[in-house]
Design a protein around this ligand. Structure first.
Ligand SMILES: Cc1ncc(C[n+]2csc(CCOP(=O)(O)OP(=O)(O)O)c2C)c(N)n1
Length: 338
C-alpha cells in the first residue's frame, strides 16, 4: 500500500513533536527535584511516565482517526494525546496543575480529558478498554461510522478488563481496535515473566477476531496494520487487536533506577531510532527534501515551546476551586433527597 506523502509528513511531524515534548518534560519535571527527589516539588508535581521511543504507535494508529473517533489511553498518555490532536497548551497546563488545564489543573498527567477530540486516559491498568468498547457501542447504536481505539501496555493485556471487554466487543461486533504497546516491561517485569504467549496477537483467536503483531517499532508497518483494523471497524465488521513491538527509552517513571535492564539496552535501541528511520526513508525515496523536514521539525518545536510557555505563565487554581466541578448539577426534573 502506497502511503500518501501528506500522511507520511504528518506522521514525521507528529513523532518529532512527541519526542521534543517528552524530552522537554524530562528536564522540566526534574526542576526542584534535585538534589533530593521530592515528588511534590517543582513545576510538575506527581508521578511522570514518558513515552520517548514509542512514537510510532501513536502516529501510525492516529493517522487513521478523525476527531469524532474515540481514543482511550493509559498512564503513559502524552504520545497518544498529541497524535489525537489534544490541545497542547491546555494539556501542558493540566500537567503543570494550572487553571487553564484541560481539567482546570485537578487531574495532572495521568488524567487528561479532551472532549473536543474524544480523548481520555487514566492510571488504572486496562480500564480504558471497556471505556473504548462503550464508546464503540454508542457509535453503533447511533448509526455513526465513528470508531474507538484503546491503547494499553503489554502488561495490561493480562488484566481481566482487557479480556472481558474484548469478549463483549467481539460478540456485539463493535467498531473498536485494541492496540497493545509491547515495550518489553510492565514496570520492571519483562513480558516473558508475565505472559504465557510470546505475542498477544495469539489471543485474538480466543475471541474470533483478527489480530496482528507488528515488529521492530516500525511506523510504516504500524500504519498499514492499523489502517486495516480501523477500516474494518468503520465498515461495521467488528473489533481487531494490534500488538506493536515498541521501545521505552526512559524509565517506567521519571526517577526509576532501571536496575532491571542491561545498561547497553537503551543505546542499542536508540541506534535504531524510529524517527531517524522514517527520516531516512522519506529522503531516500525522494518524497521530501532536507528543507521540508527542517520546516516540519521547526513547526513541531515551536508548538511544544509555545505549550510549555503557556503552562508556565498560567495561574494556579484558587484553593476554593478544589470543591468546584465535583458533581454534575442534577437535571431540573430530578428531585434530590434533602
Ligand atoms: C489495576 C492496576 N493494577 C496495577 C497498577 C500499577 N501499575 C501501574 S503501571 C503498571 C505496569 C503497566 O505496564 P504496561 O501495561 O506494560 O504499560 P507500560 O508502563 O509499559 O507503558 C502497573 C502494574 C495499576 N495502575 N492499575
Amino acid at each position: 500500500m502506497a502511503i500518501p506523502v501528506e500522511k507520511l509528513k504528518w506522521m514525521y511531524e507528529t513523532m518529532v513533536k512527541i519526542r521534543i515534548y517528552e524530552e522537554t518534560m524530562v528536564s522540566v519535571y526534574a526542576e526542584g527535584k534535585t538534589p533530593v527527589f521530592n515528588i511534590g516539588a517543582g513545576p510538575v508535581p506527581g508521578e511522570m511516565h514518558l513515552a520517548a521511543g514509542q512514537e510510532p504507535v501513536a502516529a501510525g494508529v492516529c493517522a487513521h482517526l478523525r476527531p469524532d473517533d474515540t481514543v482511550t489511553a493509559p498512564h503513559r498518555p502524552h504520545h497518544h494525546a498529541i497524535a489525537k490532536g489534544v490541545d497542547l497548551r491546555r494539556m501542558t497546563a493540566e500537567i503543570f496543575g494550572k487553571e487553564t488545564g484541560l481539567g482546570k489543573g485537578k487531574g495532572g498527567h495521568m488524567h487528561l480529558f479532551d472532549p473536543a477530540v474524544k480523548f481520555s486516559c487514566g492510571g488504572i491498568i486496562a480500564a480504558g478498554v471497556p471505556h473504548a468498547v462503550g464508546a464503540a457501542l454508542a457509535a453503533k447504536m447511533q448509526g455513526k461510522d465513528a470508531v474507538a481505539v484503546a491503547f494499553i501496555g503489554e502488561g495490561a493485556a493480562n488484566a481481566g478488563a482487557f479480556h472481558e471487554a474484548l469478549n463483549l466487543a467481539a460478540l456485539w461486533k463493535l467498531p473498536v481496535v485494541v492496540v497493545i504497546e509491547d515495550n518489553r516491561y510492565g514496570i520492571s517485569v519483562p513480558k516473558e515473566a508475565s505472559t504465557a504467549v510470546a505475542s498477544n496477537a495469539d489471543r485474538g483467536s480466543a475471541y474470533g477476531i483478527p489480530a496482528v503483531f507488528v515488529k521492530d517499532n516500525d511506523v510504516l508497518a504500524t500504519y498499514e496494520a492499523a489502517g486495516e483494523a480501523v477500516a474494518r471497524a468503520r465498515r461495521g465488521e467488528g473489533p481487531s487487536l494490534v500488538e506493536i513491538e515498541t521501545y521505552r527509552y526512559l524509565g517506567h517513571f521519571q526517577g526509576d533506577p532501571e536496575v532491571y535492564r542491561d545498561k547497553g539496552e537503551v543505546p542499542a535501541l536508540r541506534d535504531r531510532d524510529p524517527i531517524l528511520r522514517l527520516r531516512q526513508h522519506l529522503l531516500q525515496q525522494g518524497l521530501v527534501s532536507e528543507a521540508d523536514l527542517a520546516d516540519l521539525e521547526a513547526r513541531a518545536r515551536a508548538a511544544v515551546e509555545d505549550a510549555y510557555q503557556f503552562a508556565r505563565e498560567s495561574a494556579y487554581p484558587r484553593p476554593e476551586a478544589a470543591l468546584e466541578d465535583l458533581f454534575e448539577p442534577a437535571p431540573a426534573d430530578v428531585q434530590l433527597a434533602q
